[in-house]
Ligand binder design. Sequence first.
Ligand SMILES: NC(=O)c1ccc[n+]([C@@H]2O[C@H](COP(=O)([O-])OP(=O)(O)OC[C@H]3O[C@@H](n4cnc5c(N)ncnc54)[C@H](O)[C@@H]3O)[C@@H](O)[C@H]2O)c1
Length: 398
Amino acid sequence: MLRFCVRLLLVAGVRRIGKIRIAIAGLGNCASALIQGIEFYKDSGEDPIGLMHREMDGYRVGDLEVVAAFDVDARKVGKDLSEAIFSPPNCTKVFYPHLPQYGVRVQMGPVLDGVSEHMEEYPEDSTFKVAHEEPVEISHVLRDSGAEVLLNYLPVGSEEAARYYAGSALEADCALVNCIPVFIASDPLWSQRFEEARLPVVGDDIKSQVGATIIHRTLAKLWADRGATLDRTYQLNTGGNTDFLNMLDRERLKSKKISKTEAVQAQLPVRLDPENIHIGPSDYVPWQRDNKVCFLRMEGRIWGNVPIDMELRLSVEDSPNSAGSAIDAIRCAKTALDRGIGGLLEAISAYTMKHPPVQMPEEEARRKVEEFIRGPLAEVTANEGLDLSSWDGEEVTP
Ligand SMILES: NC(=O)c1ccc[n+]([C@@H]2O[C@H](COP(=O)([O-])OP(=O)(O)OC[C@H]3O[C@@H](n4cnc5c(N)ncnc54)[C@H](O)[C@@H]3O)[C@@H](O)[C@H]2O)c1
């Protein structure tokens, strides 16, 4: 009965008190943007600037608390979170420089296939060294720290390492948000393991807030909705962060290309032949740092078989763009945990990821996320006409 009342209060808009304890694997640029954002939004009060949801099931951005972090780079391991995220080669925009000391030390993870050999050949990253520390047992640290959601921010191509961290999340009873293009949520065997453990999984490969993928998908759908035939398209991206440097190793790029290409193909009424669609990171330009530039071209035909083409150029700071989506994925994972829901979270995966197991048009994904957040009791209150208007808005602890 108590749980039922609490749910009613939450549905009525009463804010939940509670933290979301997260652990992060890979303290690169995306982690930096996310952690800076947590402090930024604690300070920004009621101003929802730059957020898809100010609150989700009562959780605000400032409710996130990083309780464990793992990396392998000697410049980050052993440091407090607040220092590690500003250590080279991280180069994303510093929009919130005055972080508190968290008392959370970055711990050494198992390297496995996380580091590409070619990185050392580039002068920009010549100081890269794997830390001389014994790797910790990830599942033990997750458990001891009380982490509820593990966020995977490893480099592209870390197939083995991503699976190792996913397995550790399962062992430690943690939900997983897989931001990288190694297929975990979209692998039926893995999502079944999460379902059996009653742990939520969201993935794969974060789809940025207003990034190349969502713009390309939206335009492709617009063309289809307006009856224009798309014959050919490309999306070329350049950037100067370690993610782009890492992706120069084409061997590591296979799943990224699948993920980005499928995200667009899924919006087309008729799939394009592979030779007519080219999508992918195209080059590393060191001085661009975390600024990503996307060049997008679409060619096709409209009424009377008459040709049409369009070009678009997007310039955006890559990592804050990803954090703006990750924050909703994390909050949905926590909400699912609160409700005892395990396995694949279909709607939020479609909303925030490039390679979800089930692709949906953006507006459908958003509607389903809103329904998920309102939860089944939203319908109960609506149907039973319960009047919660006199509730004074006092905060409750579930
Ligand atoms: N908009 C975006 O930035 C965006 C969008 C989609 C996907 N992603 C993906 O998110 C991931 C993170 O991106 P990023 O820009 O933060 O990358 P990054 O290269 O800045 O950070 C990766 C971090 O992982 C660490 N690492 C490597 N091996 C490890 C291991 N075995 N254990 C623990 N840590 C390890 C590296 O030292 C580094 O600090 C990438 O796979 C990227 O493709 C990013």
